[in-house]
Each structure stands twice: as structure tokens, then as C-alpha cells.
Design a binder for this molecule. Structure first.
Ligand SMILES: NC(=O)C1=CN([C@@H]2O[C@H](COP(=O)(O)OP(=O)(O)OC[C@H]3O[C@@H](n4cnc5c(N)ncnc54)[C@H](OP(=O)(O)O)[C@@H]3O)[C@@H](O)[C@H]2O)C=CC1
Ligand SMILES: O=C(O)C1=N[C@H](C(=O)O)C[C@H](O)C1
Length: 256
């Protein structure tokens, strides 16, 4: 049966790419889209089928749909996900910026509503694998720092991927790091004792490097998204499998 999808953030870079993806898939249709400045004559709306409903505010959104695909902003994502769960749209959340406390709260709501869904810090396969590999490395190299590099339009820092990577390193370490955690700006932000450095430059898309250091040796793990196309296979997998989830999970590896 065809699954009906709502895209939140349709006027953005990822929202646009996801609309094209859904258009190309036979088992999915774009039932509705939402963005605060959306108008019927804006370029994002003009490309859509006349069947797709346009919304600018959650309070007006009443629609029969199966899936909520969110690429909005760190400010909007918590309320959007809550709304999706409470209206029984299965959330696929690509937007960065959810804190651990917010994720726990959303997982509680999902359990109460008996809804499954997925929060994906990064849909790129190279980033999913990087996050697997860093967990292994952190068991042997407790000293690690993360450098994330993104395009100049990225609003938030550090990236959701870097925050998730730092948390995975912190959880996987078996010993305390040796390096002192000096709290000065030049040493980066501190995520559970893992330093994270954010770079914003034109020409970049989305990149992450994790440096591990030990006595007399070092290990570097790096991934690069050179194009947003790198995220679309992961979005497709999430669309295909989100309905199999019975809780709100974090990470694309949960359904790969
Ligand atoms: N998980 C992953 O693999 C990836 C995640 N991302 C994340 O996705 C998010 C979006 O990225 P990107 O598309 O590049 O960003 P953009 O800034 O291009 O798009 C964000 C869009 O969200 C819209 N928006 C803002 N508030 C709301 C709201 N309350 N409801 C609906 N729409 C809203 C904005 O509209 P307006 O401009 O009118 O405010 C804008 O169109 C970011 O958090 C980014 O980090 C990005 C790439 C991959
Ligand atoms: O804003 C982006 O571009 C990206 N955001 C996500 C993040 O914050 O980690 C995923 C990817 O890095 C691209």
C-alpha cells in the first residue's frame, strides 16, 4: 500500500531533495508539506503535485498520513517530533540539535502513544560506519577529539553527528583519557569529556574527522559527504523500514 509522507522543512535544501526522492518512489506519495514561509507560488511549492497539501503552521495541520520526515531547525524539531508522535505520524527525524533530555522525553511520548520512529544524526553510510568504528577504537584509545567541518550556511554547532559521535566515544571508553580537559575556547566544546571542534567554510558540505591518540601512536577516522546525494539512500531506507519500529530509536544502524 502507498505510504503517505509529510515533509517538514520543504523549502530547505534537504526538504527539496527529499521531495524529489519521494516523487521518484512508487510506494510513497507526498501528502503534505510544511514550512513557515511556504506560499503556493514559491519555487518549492510549484514543483509539487496539486494533490500535496501546503501548511505553514502545525496548528492547521490535519491530514491523513503515515510518515513525518523532518529536516527543519534545532529550534523546531522537538515540537515537530512531539506533534508527529501525538498525531500518529511515524517520525523520521534528520534535523540536528535534539538534546539527550529531549530525546528521552520524546521516547516517553512514543511509548505512551505506542509509536515507533527514528532519529538519524546522519543518513550518510560513511558517517554511520564512522560511528561504528569510533566505538571500537575508543575502547583502546580513550583520548579522542572530533573535528566537524560544514558549509557556511549551517546554523547549529556542533553538528548533530559530532555530538552523537562524542557521546558514543564517551560511552565506549574503558579508561579515563590522559589529556587534561582544559576549558578554554581554543580547546573546543566539551561533550562528556570529548572535545569537539566546529569549522564552517564555503566549499565544504559535511565532513567529520575523529583523532585518537595513544603513547607514540595515533589513529584518524574520517568521513566526507561531498554532496547531499550521500544522504538520500539512507532516507530511502528509513522510509522503507520506519513502520517496522515499535519504539523511537536513534541511529540509522538500527534499521540497516
Ligand atoms: N541527518 C542528516 O543526515 C542530515 C541532517 N541535516 C539537518 O537537517 C536540518 C535541515 O538542513 P538543511 O535542509 O540543510 O537546512 P535549511 O536551512 O536549508 O532548511 C531548513 C528548513 O526548515 C524550515 N523551517 C524552519 N522552521 C520550521 C518549522 N517550524 N516547521 C517546518 N519547517 C521549518 C526553514 O524554512 P525558513 O527558511 O522559511 O525558516 C527551511 O526551509 C539541519 O538541522 C541539518 O543539520 C542536514 C543534512 C543531512
Ligand atoms: O547541516 C548539515 O548539512 C548536516 N547536518 C547534520 C548534522 O548536524 O550532523 C548531518 C550532516 O552532517 C549534514
Amino acid at each position: 500500500m502507498t505510504k503517505r509522507v509529510i515533509i517538514a522543512g520543504i523549502t530547505g535544501s534537504m526538504g527539496q531533495k527529499c521531495a524529489d526522492l519521494i516523487e521518484s518512489l512508487t510506494d510513497f506519495e507526498l501528502a503534505g508539506v510544511i514550512a513557515p514561509d511556504l506560499t503556493a507560488d514559491c519555487p518549492a511549492a510549484k514543483k509539487l503535485s496539486s494533490e500535496t497539501k501546503l501548511f505553514i503552521d502545525l496548528k492547521d495541520l490535519t491530514l491523513a498520513a503515515d510518515i513525518w520526515l523532518d529536516f527543519t531547525t534545532p529550534q523546531a524539531v522537538f515540537n515537530n517530533t512531539k506533534f508527529a508522535l501525538e498525531h500518529h505520524y511515524r517520525p523520521i527525524i534528520g534535523t540536528s540539535g535534539l538534546t539527550e533530555t529531549q530525546i528521552s522525553k520524546l521516547q516517553e511520548i512514543a511509548a505512551k502513544e505506542q509509536m515507533g520512529g527514528i532519529i538519524v544524526p546522519n543518513f550518510g553510510l560513511s558517517a554511520v560506519l564512522l560511528m561504528k568504528f569510533v566505538q571500537m577504537a575508543a575502547q583502546y584509545f580513550p583520548d579522542a577529539e572530533v573535528i566537524e567541518m560544514h558549509h557556511e550556511d549551517k546554523l547549529d554547532a556542533p553538528s548533530g553527528t559530532a555530538a552523537a559521535t562524542a557521546q558514543l566515544i564517551a560511552k565506549s571508553r574503558l579508561e579515563k583519557p590522559l589529556a587534561p580537559a582544559a576549558h578554554v575556547a581554543a580547546r573546543g566544546a566539551d561533550y562528556e569529556g570529548v572535545k569537539v571542534h566546529s569549522v564552517r567554510l564555503p566549499g565544504y558540505v559535511a565532513h567529520e574527522e575523529v583523532l585518537f591518540g595513544g603513547p607514540g601512536e595515533a589513529l584518524t577516522i574520517r568521513q566526507d559527504s561531498f554532496d547531499r546525494a550521500s544522504f538520500m539512500q539512507g532516507v530511502k531506507v528509513a522510509l522503507e523500514h520506519v513502520s517496522e519500529l515499535s519504539e523511537l530509536v536513534v541511529g540509522l544502524d538500527k534499521i540497516l
